[in-house]
Design a protein. Structure first.
Length: 464
């Protein structure tokens, strides 16, 4: 493989990728409103000579290069979060600007930069005849990830392919182009969205003893949730903290993976109530809990953990613990309903799809992370092979369905969801080159089921 030719080709497309990314940024594309950016990506793929470009049932845009039966997929979510308080931005988040080094605007790092690199990475494969015999490349611009990460791939697996077995038989692995700070990421924690409802009885606020204040009961539960996150796991603790999963005593099978991925966390993220008036006792209260899950934790164990909190047991007859469901219509009106459960996933570094990226990086760019942002170099001095802090579509690709997944993408995690978001033009080049080289370095004969792990129970789409 001529790695210098790959690098030269990627560098030659730097201006095209930058222009393409700026075009995408200029089209507001929050979750469920991605139609404009979908059409822009479709047009770019068609201009570049993709063998086939289509829009699937959910509204994901999919471009194909090659004609083999086995698939190597590259995924980029193309929706963005909103802009938040516009006063926190120094320039228009959609018009943005560019310099010789950076591109400014919402979605640059999270995650339309990845779409630009993936689109041109496949083009380089075609230009240089890098797609191995028997393979084809599937470049996905996926929707609604910011709203419900992985749901787009649930739709791809179950509505584009004929279910998990069919998808696993055809897709060798998926590269996620989420921002990785120059690293190759082999997993991340999962998450789930939990709701706790508490019932009360209203009465006039002048005599609160006549009622049963749901907010007061919830206050006790919230304190318990905080303890669950902040306590240690000492024997004298009634509520043992989530840090316990790093200890072989509590997590004998998966504590090593948990230490790599990081401990689970929980926090109260929203609160709701009902009351007849400001002069009355509240008759209901509910909270949302953001629960990050490490290796060895399941959705059942996390729900039971909340149910077993002392305050939840104290008010058990008035408490309901549940998981949120998601059913927002896509930009084209299609609805794919699913539970808000996003499983943890992890690979060994020796997994062949992870090793293919490592080998490509070593051959193209060396064995250390590259830092387009030199000012952040010291803050991000981490191993080349690492993990994400946040969640990605990998929760469904591998965490739910067992399709091997690995991450390498332009931009920085710290830019995600932040005002004044930027990404680096050279990152686009680095990633496009690596994507182009990976298929020819992948060694399927080294596949070993033990190297590709998904640590939570496999689920269908029927959790109630």
């Amino acid at each position: 493989m001529d790695f210098e030719a790959i690098k030269k080709a990627a560098q030659g497309y730097r201006a095209d990728m930058s222009r393409f990314l700026r075009d995408m940024i200029a089209i507001p594309s929050e979750s469920c409103e991605e139609e404009g950016v979908v059409m822009r990506i479709k047009a770019e793929m068609e201009k570049l000579g993709y063998d086939k470009v289509e829009i699937d049932k959910l509204g994901n845009v999919i471009g194909w290069m090659g004609s083999g039966d086995k698939i190597i997929a590259i995924d980029s979510h193309i929706d963005t979060v909103g802009i938040g308080n516009i006063n926190n931005w120094t320039h228009d988040p959609y018009k943005g600007y560019e310099t010789e080094e950076i591109i400014y605007g919402r979605g640059g790092s999270d995650q339309e930069g990845g779409m630009a690199s993936a689109t041109y990475g496949a083009k380089i494969m075609k230009d240089l005849n890098l797609i191995p015999e028997g393979y084809k490349i599937m470049v996905v611009g996926s929707v609604q990830e910011e709203d419900c990460d992985g749901m787009c791939w649930q739709s791809i697996v179950n509505e584009y392919f004929n279910g998990p077995e069919d998808a696993r038989s055809k897709i060798e692995f998926v590269i996620s182009t989420e921002p990785t700070d120059g690293g190759i990421y082999r997993g991340h924690r999962g998450r789930m969205e939990i709701r706790v409802d508490v019932r009360g009885i209203s009465c006039h606020g002048s005599a609160p003893e006549r009622g049963d204040n749901a907010i007061h009961k919830m206050a006790e539960i919230i304190e318990n949730v905080r303890d669950l996150n902040e306590n240690d796991a000492a024997d004298d603790k009634e509520i043992k903290g989530l840090v316990k999963m790093l200890d072989p005593k509590y997590n004998p099978d998966h504590y090593e993976d948990a230490r790599f991925l990081g401990r689970g966390t929980c926090t109260t993220s929203q609160i709701f109530y009902t009351s007849p008036s400001r002069c009355a006792v509240a008759d209901s209260c509910a909270i949302s809990i953001d629960r990050r899950m490490t290796a060895g934790e399941t959705y059942q164990s996390c729900l039971k953990e909340i149910e077993d909190l002392p305050a939840c047991k104290k008010y058990a007859k008035d408490v309901k613990v549940s998981m949120y469901m998601y059913d927002r219509p896509a930009w084209n009106g299609h609805v794919y309903k699913t539970e808000c459960f996003f499983p943890t996933w992890i690979n060994k570094e020796s997994a062949p799809h992870v090793q293919a990226l490592i080998d490509a990086h070593h051959a193209l760019w060396g064995d250390k992370r590259l830092y387009a942002d030199e000012q952040a170099k010291e803050k991000r001095q981490r191993p080349l092979t690492d993990k994400w802090t946040f969640s990605t579509n990998g929760v469904s690709i591998q965490g739910r369905y067992g399709i091997p997944c690995v991450g390498f993408g332009p931009g920085a995690e710290s830019q995600a969801h932040a005002p004044n978001e930027i990404t680096w033009k050279q990152d686009l080049v680095v990633c496009a080159a690596l994507y182009a080289a990976v298929p020819g370095l992948y060694k399927p004969e080294n596949k070993d089921g033990s190297a590709t792990s998904f640590r939570q129970e496999l689920t269908g789409n029927d959790i109630k």
